[in-house]
Design a protein around this ligand. Structure first.
Ligand code: ATP
Ligand code: MG
Length: 363
């Protein structure tokens, strides 16, 4: 059987710096555990624009469609700020998501004990937190029509349309239930069925998919505004949260900050199952290209490494290895190793990107 395949798109800014540490970990798996990946690399974002005049070449897009998983660093930077919208670095990323049809965006909020003091919340509220937000990524109010700014009765009106088809809700619901089966077996679906038609349909369809296909998973429904409150009040009541594109955007940012630093947060974007039964997938840190610290060797590589751990779990059926990698990170943090973004006001000595990567491999 062919080795599992990975396309690395390191991108811009700190993207290549944090991805360099992931590449070392991928090599380590081949050398030490006989888990060999076929790795290819290509350009995305500003790096691709510099060479091809566009942020994602067609050949790169084609490659992304063929591999088992895409690992992406970050795109963008001040050098590209004044480019035309059609060739902006971010458009490379959007094209990948759209053409791979990555409808299910997974954002874990996991709090490592050693960093529990970092949260803006009390330590006992966040210590040991491990929840997953599943955000619908390809539909909803960001895409629905009619949309635009129109003239009406002598003044302008801005219009967006929240729109969900049954099949769009079904597929993201399934992806949430599948995840829950591998985790705490609990899903909370969030919408506003009290005031929105799309919310009524959302609730009905999620409930039906549950009853017909996943009766063994515990399902609850919550209005999204209450969900926001509950996330901050007592986040450990949740396991998997499934919600639409707009609410997911807001709730996942809120959940992210329960855990502390942007440099710690991974994500996965999953699509429909391929022939081998696993979903099309792209993994990337939540953070951006961080131009303010790019080239200084001090970026935290953990978000990118945790994104690779998600790839191990969701694309390569290597859940045990993913857990092992997460444990190594936990140990390094517990030993007090910190990149600059993880330093509290009391200060201390920060390690570099490369040193953090090396410590994790050692652990
Ligand atoms: P984008 O629009 O691409 O999401 P952004 O403007 O939201 O980018 P980031 O590039 O994510 O922002 O950076 C936000 C802040 O967080 C910056 O000060 C950056 O230095 C810091 N930051 C982001 N990622 C990391 C990291 N991996 N390690 C350390 N600091 C980081
Ligand atoms: Mg941002």
């Amino acid at each position: 059987m062919a080795n599992p395949s990975i396309l690395i798109l390191a991108g811009d800014g700190i993207g290549p710096e944090v991805m360099a540490e992931v590449k070392k970990i991928i090599s380590w798996y081949g050398d030490k555990r006989g888990l060999v990946f076929d790795v290819s690399e290509d350009l995305v974002g500003g790096a691709a624009y510099d060479v091809h005049g566009k942020p994602l070449a067609d050949e790169t897009m084609a490659k992304a469609q063929e591999v088992d998983a895409v690992l992406l660093g970050a795109v963008g930077g001040p050098k590209y700020d004044n480019l035309d919208f059609s060739v902006k670095p971010e458009r490379g990323l959007l094209r990948l998501r759209k053409e791979m049809d990555l409808f299910s965006n997974l954002r874990p909020a996991q709090c490592f004990d050693a960093l529990a003091d970092f949260s803006s919340l009390k330590k006992d509220v966040v210590a040991g937190l491990d929840i997953m937000i599943v955000r619908e990524l390809t539909s909803g109010v960001y895409f629905g029509t009619p949309r635009g700014i129109f003239e009406e009765n002598g003044e302008r009106v801005g219009i967006n349309t929240q729109r969900y088809t049954e099949s769009e809700i079904e597929r993201v619901a399934r992806s949430a239930f599948e995840l829950a089966k591998r985790r705490g077996n609990k899903v909370c679906s969030m919408e506003k069925a009290n005031v929105m038609e799309s919310g009524i349909l959302w609730r009905e369809v999620v409930q039906r998919i549950h009853d017909e296909e996943y009766p063994e998973v515990e399902l609850s429904h919550m209005y999204a505004d209450n969900g926001a409150m509950q996330l901050v009040r007592w986040p450990k009541q949740f396991d998997v949260i499934v919600t639409d594109n707009l609410f997911g955007d807001i709730l996942s940012d809120c959940a992210a900050m329960l855990t502390g630093s942007l440099g710690m947060l991974p994500s996965a974007s999953l699509g429909a199952p391929m022939e081998n039964g696993r979903p099309k997938a792209m993994y990337e840190p939540v953070h951006g290209s961080a131009p303010d610290i790019a080239g200084q060797g001090k970026a935290n590589p953990i978000a990118c490494i945790l994104s690779f751990a998600m790839a191990l779990r969701y694309s390569f059926d290597q859940g045990d290895e993913a857990t092992r990698l997460e444990k190594a990170i936990e140990k390094v943090l517990a030993d007090g190793v910190r990149t600059a973004d993880l330093m509290g006001p009391e200060g201390g000595t920060a390690v570099s990107t490369v040193e953090m990567g090396a410590k994790i491999i050692e652990a």
